[in-house]
Write a protein that binds this ligand. Sequence first.
Ligand SMILES: *[C@@H]1O[C@H](CO)[C@@H](O)[C@H](O)[C@H]1NC(C)=O
Ligand SMILES: *[C@@H]1O[C@H](CO)[C@@H](O)[C@H](O)[C@H]1NC(C)=O
Ligand SMILES: *[C@@H]1O[C@H](CO)[C@@H](O)[C@H](O)[C@H]1NC(C)=O
Ligand SMILES: *[C@@H]1O[C@H](CO)[C@@H](O)[C@H](O)[C@H]1NC(C)=O
Ligand SMILES: *[C@@H]1O[C@H](CO)[C@@H](O)[C@H](O)[C@H]1NC(C)=O
Ligand SMILES: *[C@@H]1O[C@H](CO)[C@@H](O)[C@H](O)[C@H]1NC(C)=O
Ligand SMILES: *[C@@H]1O[C@H](CO)[C@@H](O)[C@H](O)[C@H]1NC(C)=O
Length: 404
Amino acid sequence: MAIDRRTNYRPSIYVLLLMMVAALIGIPGYYIRNVNIFSPSPQQIGDVLSAINIYNLSKDIDIPSNKTHDDDGTNGTKVIMFWTTWYGSKMWFNLPKSALGRSLFQRKYCKHTNCILTNNHSRLKEADVLLFYFTDRPNWPTIRYPQQYYGHFIHEAPGGRSRTFLDNYEGKINLTINFRHDADVYVPYNTFFRRLTSIPYKPRVPLAMKTKMAVWPVSHCKTSSRREDYVKELSKYIDVDIVGACGPYKCKRSKSHECRIQWEKTYKFYLSFENNICDDYITEKLLKTLEYEIIPIVLGGGNYTNDAPPHSLINVLDFSSPKSLADYLIELGKNETRYYDYFKWKSDYEMANIDSVMMCRLCDGLHEGRFPHRPASRHYADYWFGLHGERCDNGLMSRLKKRF
Ligand SMILES: *[C@@H]1O[C@H](CO)[C@@H](O)[C@H](O)[C@H]1NC(C)=O
Ligand SMILES: *[C@@H]1O[C@H](CO)[C@@H](O)[C@H](O)[C@H]1NC(C)=O
Ligand SMILES: *[C@@H]1O[C@H](CO)[C@@H](O)[C@H](O)[C@H]1NC(C)=O
Ligand SMILES: *[C@@H]1O[C@H](CO)[C@@H](O)[C@H](O)[C@H]1NC(C)=O
Ligand SMILES: *[C@@H]1O[C@H](CO)[C@@H](O)[C@H](O)[C@H]1NC(C)=O
Ligand SMILES: *[C@@H]1O[C@H](CO)[C@@H](O)[C@H](O)[C@H]1NC(C)=O
Ligand SMILES: *[C@@H]1O[C@H](CO)[C@@H](O)[C@H](O)[C@H]1NC(C)=O
């Protein structure tokens, strides 16, 4: 008995000692290597996730297919590899495992289907593109093959961060993947296609039911764009209900969909103001709103004429002042015909998932030789922020305020 106990005991003491040593050396070492000092808040993750997951991943859409017949393999299969994780997951965007392989490239909005998506690092040598997620500090591959692109995906505005967040990537990246039109792979949050056949659009909510003017869900009360100053002035002329950290109304993040359903039945307008005014930066704040029957009012650095469905929103910058915007909203809010004209686009256009759009554009670009062969940029931060930060215009509000 005693002997048995002792023999049982000894290993567990060693295990305990080992664990203590591991705790003292190994585990902190592990964390120091892997902790991401730029780790995003759960809220940022939530925003991205809900923007990406809003559209049913397995849904295909009613658009003309542009498929080419290059899938006999003459141009070779292109291999696209997730190199970093996405918030710790080997599947970016929370994609299901079934998205590995060819399935994403079979979507109608891909011209080419002869691509493979993988996250298996053992296939490094075959990969045409390695994908790096913007805040991740990667373990770089030990060999860099000359045919490979290192593609870096960013979906956040340059305005929100210090330049140093790109230090790790200087001299590494030769394929840019982001929401800017000048990116090698242009991946906006709001991608829309013209439908093959129009569908009739019937309003769900009668205007008479919407008894309130505007809702503004917001969690950052003070921002670089100073959007809060505009809202303050606008509230002198119309009621704006502020939901979240900066106002009296609340909506739990997990209830985002339920809240929006409620808001579309209560409010006429929804403020989708960006927290940074940067080139082409239009986010899920607009994308999500377009799914509902509430007119978005936008403030941002994007070209909304070009980059959103036609007549789908109201742009602050089209008005000389908050007062003239308010006058317009009051008039529009009284006229059912004109109000519902803002949803007519839904007959002719459909929004698409950004994850599959990104994969299609990568695959098509590789097959069509659209990405120039070139060495990695040594001035990647300059590209992203502008040499003097000119990719964002945070002086916009002080110019606008001259008209208040
Ligand atoms: C997503 O779309 C597929 C195909 O149209 C459909 O079978 C499935 O039920 C949809 N899922 C959800 C959650 O709407
Ligand atoms: C198909 O090709 C046409 C002509 O190049 C283009 O205008 C259209 O946007 C493409 N459709 C898709 C879904 O990419
Ligand atoms: C990863 O790729 C290697 C080499 O092709 C293969 O042997 C291995 O089974 C793959 N692993 C998984 C999990 O698919
Ligand atoms: C937006 O894009 C359209 C079409 O490319 C262009 O005509 C217009 O000048 C652009 N507007 C702004 C504000 O850049
Ligand atoms: C609503 O707007 C339409 C189109 O501008 C106009 O013809 C109509 O007279 C307006 N109705 C009311 C009640 O003002
Ligand atoms: C094959 O690739 C080349 C360049 O990489 C491209 O010019 C050509 O159009 C591609 N052929 C097909 C059928 O896609
Ligand atoms: C990408 O950049 C690396 C490093 O400069 C270079 O070795 C590689 O050939 C480039 N890849 C392509 C496809 O141009």
